[in-house]
Design a protein around this ligand. Structure first.
Ligand code: AMP
Length: 424
């Protein structure tokens, strides 16, 4: 998808993206998260081991490139790359737990549709270096606050606990035992998942399968007391800061690396792809990708395109219309080109937002552009002004004009605009 100025759909409008990105950065900084950026290309083996061979992402959605002896992948998500970076750069040696945020493109070979793209953008946050349940609650609080900030109040936070890997594997066996007699009644996708990744069947949207699952064993029956106590603490912290949540024992998430807390944030009204964000705890990712021991970590990832789709409803709050200028410089005739270019550059170097058309448009066309970009003042330069070394400064609100010596133009514009900002 191309993003460009003044696009009709907010999801394609570049101004909307920069506005949202700066708001997200603001919240991330307020919570004490620093930005981390990792390459778009990663080794395929990192993603395969980190995300899990049997996941949909690794088994069918990766864009891979073979080059020489190596296989690379366009990153399908950011958590495994960030943990790789944390291990590679010995970031555990830094004092305290590490809080990171990120935003950037990810790639999955999916069938594109509304809210689902081959190239999409994620933003998210990770806390690495602790298994403190406050970290889980903080990540969910931060995520909810970002969506709340944009006025998405119909968000639903669903949470669950997946226990440790022992509980998960015992539960996996129990689920397979329960579902095997129903195998013929399952869709082809679920039949495939039954051997590869049975927990994913719990995500099914097919009603007949949901009915079968009504009597399936629940993961909570397999979870140790310690894990359940931990889950209680997480819920308690969420409640203490007024973050509403719904407990969903069927929530498992599609990625292999989650343990203990798992969560998803949904919203109505954006079609089938109603998951805005998801995440969880992933202490076991680090040993999968080369660390000697588990590293306590929890994070969320959200889809930028889905956020914007969800915002369509409250579109008036989003930036729309053209980029605005304080000054628009107009050259009338080629003899004024050099002087106009000089004036525009001087003003830009003096920190003003200055627009200027290129080529040989008529005065009328250039004035139209100045209006389109809501310029407060225009500066006009024609043959006579070049001879006199002056320029005409026009107030676009009152249509008043004054002649200003070119050597004083920056000073005069500074005066005029400081008056505008103090009187407005
Ligand atoms: P996941 O890593 O699958 O948990 O995805 C996290 C979030 O990224 C989801 O909740 C979506 O908002 C977004 N997302 C995932 N895949 C896509 C896609 N193909 N197109 C657009 N957004 C996506």
């Amino acid at each position: 998808m191309d993003l460009y100025p003044e696009a009709v759909r907010p999801v394609e409008r570049s101004e909307v993206w920069s506005f949202l990105e700066s708001k997200i950065r603001e919240v991330m900084h307020r919570y004490g998260y620093s930005e981390i950026r990792t390459p778009i290309l990663e080794y395929t083996s990192l993603i395969a081991r980190g995300v899990g061979q049997n996941t949909d992402i690794v088994s069918k959605e990766m864009f891979t490139l073979e080059r020489g002896r190596h296989s690379y992948v366009l990153r399908p998500e950011m958590t495994a790359p960030i943990m790789r970076s944390y291990i590679q750069h010995h970031l555990h040696q830094k004092p305290g737990v590490q809080r990171y945020f990120y935003m950037g493109p990810c790639f999955r070979a999916e069938r594109p549709q509304k809210g689902r793209y081959r190239q999409f953008h994620q933003f998210g946050a990770e806390i690495i270096g602790t298994d403190d349940p406050r970290a889980d609650a903080e990540i969910m609080t931060l995520m909810s606050e970002i969506f709340e900030l944009f006025g998405i109040s119909n968000q639903r936070l669903r949470i669950n606990t997946l226990g440790d890997s022992d509980a998960r594997s015992r539960y996996r066996d129990a689920l397979v035992n329960y579902l095997t007699p129903f195998k013929e009644k399952l869709s082809q996708t679920s039949q495939d998942r039954l051997s590869r990744n049975p927990l994913r069947i719990l995500d099914t949207k097919i009603e007949a399968e949901q009915t079968i699952l009504e009597h399936a064993p629940l993961i909570s029956e397999y979870i140790s007391k310690d894990s359940l106590d931990n889950y209680e603490l997480v819920k308690g912290f969420l409640t203490a800061v007024n973050i509403p949540f719904i407990e969903d024992p069927m929530l498992v998430r599609g990625l292999d690396y989650y343990c203990h807390t798992a969560f998803e944030l949904e919203v109505d009204g954006i079609g089938a792809q109603n998951a805005l964000a998801g995440g969880g705890r992933y202490d076991l990712l680090a040993p999968e990708i080369g660390a000697k021991h588990p590293i306590g970590a929890v994070g969320f990832a959200a889809g930028m395109e889905r956020l914007i789709l969800a915002l369509n409803d409250c579109e008036e709050d989003l930036p729309c219309g053209p980029f605005t200028f304080e000054i628009w410089v107009i050259a009338i005739g080629e003899s004024a080109h050099a002087a106009a270019f000089h004036v525009a550059t001087q003003l830009r170097r003096s920190r003003f937002r200055v627009g200027m058309e290129l080529g040989n448009r008529s005065l009328k066309a250039q004035m139209r552009l100045a209006n389109h970009h809501k310029a407060r003042y225009t500066i006009l330069l024609g043959d006579q002004e070049i001879i006199n070394e002056t320029a005409i400064v026009k107030d676009m609100n009152t249509s008043e004009e004054e002649s200003v010596d070119l050597i004083h133009i920056v000073k005069r514009i500074t005066e005029l605009l400081s008056h505008v900002s103090t009187s407005s």
